[in-house]
Design a protein around this ligand. Structure first.
Ligand code: ADP
Ligand code: ASP
Ligand code: MG
Length: 408
């Protein structure tokens, strides 16, 4: 009998009616002859509500206590789902992350899974139980509860699928697959039939908030196929896996965008060894994650250095950089907090020229000025004015004919 891991997100479990709907879907899978392990998120906006409550009570909540608090959201949904299954006459048992054997390091609110002992899950499967695991959480060697970071239930699901050698991991949510761009942002978006791990990883990193990045990394590492589909209908979903067919490979697969970009430029930076470290080491020590970095060619032994950070980190990044700029004899620091990113992504790009030219041409026809450009083998990203991101997504979606191709 093959084993399938299914993960249901918060929107799929928001309220008693939806919990029962999920229970019926699980029963269908089981009646099709599969063993099932279920991973659940917290119901609806529970996690946001718990965070809000914690900060109302204490501006600086203790990290250990906060993780225990947040982990309860998934415990609630797992127990209710077990009760729904019992009510429908099926044997089921809920397990917290700790009971499911998920060990993590002690990085509260961003813990990494270090090991999984699947003994309890296997024992329950042997007893013919449907096993429901609370997602997003684990336990340290010292028996403290941790959480894996927002959206972390996806990672729990793929990690369990890997350790249990499941046939696949199915991720059920409120959209019926991965689209060429966020369907809430651009209604012309089309559903993809399949996408490779590496494409998906670039897509989520550059703006598709559609699945937790670490889930994709684990899927690739352990070769777990991940099906993304809706819990509200039976439409075929999108399969994230290793190889996509040759014909589909050879094109842009998606347009990602991100509206959370701020830029800092330090002008007149002396061009000598060690300067970049003098600027970026203190930024890292202040917990600021720097994204794109561009350094101009040096003229008269000075250069301009530009980098981007999340908008929420701009003020603190400026506070770190300004005194350093002064101390190394650089000129002024300028910032812009109204930027966004638009990226074209597709593994077909790695062996074919001309994608950058087509992208820049399409943007220029819309009078969109490109401020910075970064690339990987399968991605080209332009940083542009935030107000123009929607137009840019629309125009690129058309320029690369993502709205047309009805094959998928
Ligand atoms: P869940 O609550 O099930 O975990 P998430 O909110 O984490 O669901 O993920 C689903 C959401 O991802 C969708 O509602 C959709 O708006 C968003 N999303 C962003 N980009 C895309 C995309 N390219 N394709 C599909 N969904 C996307
Ligand atoms: N409930 C957690 C969150 O909202 C984890 C998850 O949904 O995956 O981030
Ligand atoms: Mg989610």
């Amino acid at each position: 009998m093959s084993l399938i891991v299914q993960k249901y997100g918060g929107t799929s479990l928001a309220g008693a009616r939806k919990v029962k709907n999920v229970a019926r879907r699980i029963i269908k899978t089981r009646e099709a002859g599969h063993q099932v392990v279920i991973v659940v998120s917290a119901m609806g906006d529970t996690t946001d509500d718990l965070i809000k409550m914690a900060y109302q009570i204490n501006e600086f909540p203790n990290k250990r206590e906060l993780d225990v608090l947040l982990s309860t959201g998934e415990v609630v949904s797992s127990t209710l789902l077990a009760m729904a299954l019992h009510g429908m006459g099926f044997p089921a048992i809920s397990l917290s992350g700790a009971q499911a054997g998920i060990k993590t390091d002690a990085t509260y609110s961003g813990a990494r899974i270090t090991d999984i002992n699947p003994a309890r899950i296997l024992k329950e499967l042997e007893k013919d139980n449907i096993v429901i695991v609370a997602g997003f959480q684990g336990i340290t060697d010292d028996l403290d509860v941790t959480t894996l970071g927002r959206g972390g239930s996806d990672t729990t699901a793929v990690a369990l699928a890997a350790i249990l050698k499941a046939e696949r991991c199915e991720r059920y949510t409120d959209v019926d697959g991965i689209y060429t761009t966020d369907p809430r942002f651009l209604p012309e978006a089309r559903k993809l039939k399949e996408v490779s791990y590496e494409e998906m990883l670039e897509m989520v990193t550059y703006g598709f908030k559609a699945i937790h990045p670490r889930a994709i990394e684990l899927g690739e590492l352990y070769g777990v196929p991940i099906l993304v589909a809706s819990s509200f209908n039976d439409n075929p979903g999108t399969l994230i896996h290793k190889e996509v067919s040759m014909e589909i490979r050879n094109k842009v697969r998606g347009i990602a965008h991100d509206l959370d970009v701020a830029k800092i430029t330090v002008v007149g930076v002396p061009d000598r060894p060690g300067i970049a470290a003098q600027i970026f080491v203190p930024l890292a020590e202040a917990g600021i994650s720097v994204d794109t970095i561009v350094q101009n060619a040096s003229i008269n032994n000075t250069t301009d250095l530009t980098f981007t950070v999340a908008k929420s980190q701009l003020d603190i990044a400026m506070a770190v950089v300004e005194p350093i700029a002064a101390s190394i004899g650089a000129g002024k620091c300028a910032s812009d907090s109204k930027l966004g990113k638009v990226s074209i992504i597709g593994s077909g790009m790695q062996n074919a020229p001309g994608y950058a030219a087509r992208m820049f041409d399409a943007l220029s026809k819309e009078n969109i000025n490109i401020q910075l450009i970064t690339t990987s083998e399968i991605r080209i990203t332009c940083i542009i004015e935030e107000a123009l991101v929607k137009d840019a997504v629309k125009t690129l979606h058309r320029a690369f004919e993502l709205d047309k191709n009805g094959k998928e």
